[in-house]
Design a protein. Structure first.
Length: 308
């Protein structure tokens, strides 16, 4: 691998910030951002390198050899970006989702739509199986977006451990949002409350589940990319295409819930036409932001091509 300089790690941190911002939104996957920014396979390889063999290498060859084996500089630069983004942008994005939801979803819709074309272009060979697995991916992701979130809240340690493991798997899958999985499981609220209340015990349990899920699932994804790359890309493209239902800007609220501040917020929503939207559909600005989101991905692709 080419020796990286500080500016390269700075760019990786910026990509991490984009991943973190996406993961805050229940419906957008940080895995999608990792893929379109060109670091997805390196991320999987780096994560799956954390294993017992690395521990043995640490014991026999020292910290430097083990650090190099797991691509430590890359992981740290990315995690710094993700952490900064979650800490600094979480409140801003939450405010925007509450006060300007159509415009936020419109931007992400354009961004994700362009990423479908980008990832789909990576599929080098099309056949009947490729089409079947793509359609299966569409169906699974669409079905997940139509599921009604659990009303009951469970904050038991075992549940949060499993929720962390499942959500992190979704987070590194392009098209399936880890935050949305937490919402479906009924774990989003207790997780946010644990963070706000600085309940480090529950946060640690969630993080442990996330680590176990991440280390296990990254190995599966790495194997799939190595042995069935075309079919894997087709499934991921399908996931992202099916997830568009979740981030469609115009929604009709079917049920409401009361948040931790005692405010009624949408709980279960259904996608509708902007022309049947009850209120200001903001269609002009929504289309404009969708085009901007789409253009961002095209620009990133052009930059990646020129760098290569």
């Amino acid at each position: 691998m080419q020796q990286r300089k500080f500016k390269h790690y700075f760019i990786i941190s910026l990509k991490g910030m984009a991943m973190g911002a996406a993961d805050v939104v229940p419906g957008v996957s940080g895995g999608t951002i990792a893929f379109i920014s060109g670091i997805y396979e390196e991320l999987l390889t780096s994560i799956s390198s954390v294993n017992f063999r690395t521990l043995k290498l640490l014991k026999t060859n020292g910290v430097k050899a083990a650090w190099k084996a797991i691509n430590g500089n890359f992981l740290v630069a990315l995690l710094i970006g993700i952490f900064i983004s979650i800490i600094s942008l979480a409140k801003i994005i939450s405010w925007l989702l509450e006060h300007k939801p159509i415009l936020v979803w419109a931007f992400f819709f354009g961004l994700v739509l362009a990423s479908i074309l980008y990832i789909g272009k990576q599929i080098s060979k099309w056949n009947i199986i490729t089409i079947i697995v793509l359609l299966a991916g569409v169906g699974i992701a669409y079905y997940i977006t139509t599921l009604e979130p659990l009303i009951s809240v469970n904050s038991s340690p075992l549940f949060l451990f499993l929720a962390g493991a499942i959500a992190i798997c979704a987070m590194i899958l392009p098209g399936i949002s880890g935050a949305f999985i937490l919402v479906l499981l009924g774990a989003y609220k207790p997780v946010l409350e644990a963070i706000h209340n600085k309940d480090f015990k529950l946060i640690a349990i969630l993080a442990l589940g996330a680590i176990v899920g991440l280390l296990s699932f990254s190995k599966v994804l790495k194997w799939l990319f190595k042995n069935h790359k075309n079919y894997t890309l087709a499934v991921l493209t399908g996931f992202i295409l099916g997830s568009l239902n979740k981030i469609w800007p115009w929604k009709k609220t079917l049920t409401w819930r009361t948040n931790s501040h005692g405010i009624e917020v949408p709980f279960n929503q259904q996608s509708i036409s902007p022309f049947s939207f009850d209120g200001d559909s903001q269609i002009f600005y929504a289309i404009l932001l969708s085009v901007i989101g789409f253009a961002v991905i095209i620009l990133l692709e052009k930059l990646a091509s020129s760098n290569n």
